[in-house]
Design a binder for this molecule. Structure first.
Ligand SMILES: NC(=O)c1ccc[n+]([C@@H]2O[C@H](COP(=O)([O-])OP(=O)(O)OC[C@H]3O[C@@H](n4cnc5c(N)ncnc54)[C@H](O)[C@@H]3O)[C@@H](O)[C@H]2O)c1
Length: 327
C-alpha cells in the first residue's frame, strides 16, 4: 500500500525517526509532531513536515489536524521510557504516557482520524517467572511506573476502540536495538541505558567497561537473556500493522520480538567480532528477570511479519553508527 498520510508523534526520537525514514521509502506522506524533549530535530528526515508540539496540548493537536487534512492514521512513539526516572517521577510519566495518549486520541477522534498504531513494551509483563517465550495473553504485571503507564495507555486505547470505534494496533516491542542502513540514524542519547550501545561504546573506547549484572542467573551461561529486535524490523511491522488496519483487518495487540533470546555474554561476543568489549561483573540488579523473550507467533500469522535481521546485524549497525555518525 502506498500513499498513506501518516502523523508520527515522537518522530524525532530513536524508533520514530527510523519509522519516518521507512515510511518515506515506502512512498507515504509524513508529518512529524514532537516536543523534542528527548528527540532531535536533526534526526527528522527533511522530506517530512515537522510540527513542534506536546501531545498533551489539545489546541496544538487540533490545529495540526486542521492544517494537515486527510491524515489516514497516527503512529505513536511519544513516550518517556527510562525506568529509574519513572520511579523517581511517576506523575510526570503518567502525565506524558497516559494523559498524552488520552489527549491525542480525543483530538484524533474529533478530527475524524480513527486509526492508531501504538508503541508498547515488554515492560507490561513485569517480571515473569515463565521460562518460555511470552504470549500476548500472558498476565500483565508491570513492576515500575513506566510499564504501568504503558499498560494504562493500552487499556485506554482498547476502551476507546470499544466505545468510539478507534482502530488500533498495540505493538509490544522487546529490546529495540540497531541502526538504519543509511548510517544517518541510530540510538543517540546523552545517557544511554541499553545494553548494545553500552557494549559498542565500551568496545570503541567511547565509554567505560560494560558491567554485567549477575553471572549466576538460571540461564545456560549465567547471564540474563533478552530478545533483541532490530529497529528496522520493528518499523516493518508498523507498516504491516498500518496496512492491516487500513484494510479493515481489525484491531490487534502483538508482541514484536524474535522468539529467541541472547545472553549478555553472547552480546559481548557479538560485539567482540568488531572490537573486544571490555567488561566487569557485578551483582544482580533488583527487578531484572532472568529471561524476557517474545513469542511473536501472532504477529507472524496475522501480519505475515518476519524479523529478518540477526544479532550480528544489530550489533554491526550500532557499532558503525556509533563509530562514524553519532556525534
Ligand atoms: N527503545 C526501546 O527499546 C523500546 C522498547 C519498547 C518500547 N519502546 C517504546 O517505543 C517508543 C519510542 O521509544 P524511543 O526509544 O524511540 O524513545 P525516544 O525517547 O528516543 O523517543 C520518544 C520521542 O517522543 C518525543 N516525546 C516524548 N514525549 C512527548 C510528548 N508529550 N509530546 C511530544 N513528543 C514527545 C521525544 O522528544 C522523542 O522524540 C516509546 O513509546 C517506548 O515506550 C521502546
Amino acid at each position: 500500500m502506498t500513499g498513506m498520510k501518516v502523523l508520527v508523534v515522537g518522530g524525532a526520537g530513536y524508533i520514530g525517526s527510523h519509522m519516518v525514514y521507512d515510511l518515506l521509502r515506502a512512498n507515504h506522506e509524513v508529518i512529524v509532531a514532537d516536543n523534542l524533549s528527548t528527540g532531535r530535530r536533526s534526526d527528522v528526515h527533511p522530506d517530512a513536515a515537522f510540527v513542534q508540539l506536546d501531545i498533551r496540548d489539545r489546541a496544538a493537536l487540533d490545529k495540526l489536524f486542521a492544517t494537515h487534512p486527510g491524515i489516514d492514521l497516527v503512529m505513536h512513539f511519544a513516550a518517556k521510557l527510562i525506568v529509574p526516572e519513572s520511579v523517581q517521577h511517576p506523575l510526570t510519566y503518567y502525565s506524558n504516557n497516559v494523559d498524552g495518549v488520552r489527549v491525542l486520541v480525543e483530538s484524533m477522534l474529533a478530527a475524524g482520524v480513527n486509526t492508531l498504531v501504538f508503541s508498547s513494551t515488554a515492560a507490561v509483563y513485569g517480571e515473569p517467572t515463565l521460562t518460555r517465550p511470552l504470549r500476548e495473553d500472558d498476565p500483565l504485571a508491570p513492576i515500575n511506573p513506566y510499564g504501568a503507564t504503558k499498560r494504562a495507555a493500552e487499556e485506554l486505547i482498547a476502551a476507546a476502540g470499544a466505545a468510539h470505534g478507534l482502530n488500533y494496533a498495540i505493538l509490544r516491542y522487546f529490546n529495540a536495538a540497531g541502526a538504519d542502513s543509511s548510517g544517518d540514524l541510530g540510538l543517540n542519547k546523552p545517557h544511554l541505558t541499553h545494553l548494545i550501545p553500552l557494549a559498542t561504546r565500551a568496545a570503541l573506547g567511547m565509554g567505560p567497561a560494560l558491567t554485567v549484572y549477575g553471572t549466576d542467573w538460571p540461564t545456560p551461561d549465567g547471564t540474563c537473556i533478552r530478545d533483541y529486535i532490530h529497529v528496522s524490523d520493528l518499523t516493518a511491522a508498523h507498516l504491516l500493522a498500518a496496512e492491516h488496519l487500513m484494510d479493515a483487518g481489525g484491531s490487534l495487540t502483538l508482541n514484536l520480538g524474535t522468539n529467541t533470546g541472547s545472553s549478555v555474554l553472547q552480546v559481548i561476543d557479538a560485539v567482540g567480532t568488531y572490537s573486544p568489549c571490555p567488561y566487569v561483573t557485578g551483582p544482580r540488579r533488583a527487578g531484572d528477570p532472568a529471561q524476557l523473550v517474545a513469542d511473536s507467533t501472532r504477529a507472524r500469522s496475522v501480519l505475515g511479519w518476519e524479523p529478518v535481521r540477526s544479532l550480528d546485524d544489530i550489533v554491526r549497525s550500532d557499532f558503525y553508527y556509533r563509530k562514524y555518525h553519532s556525534a
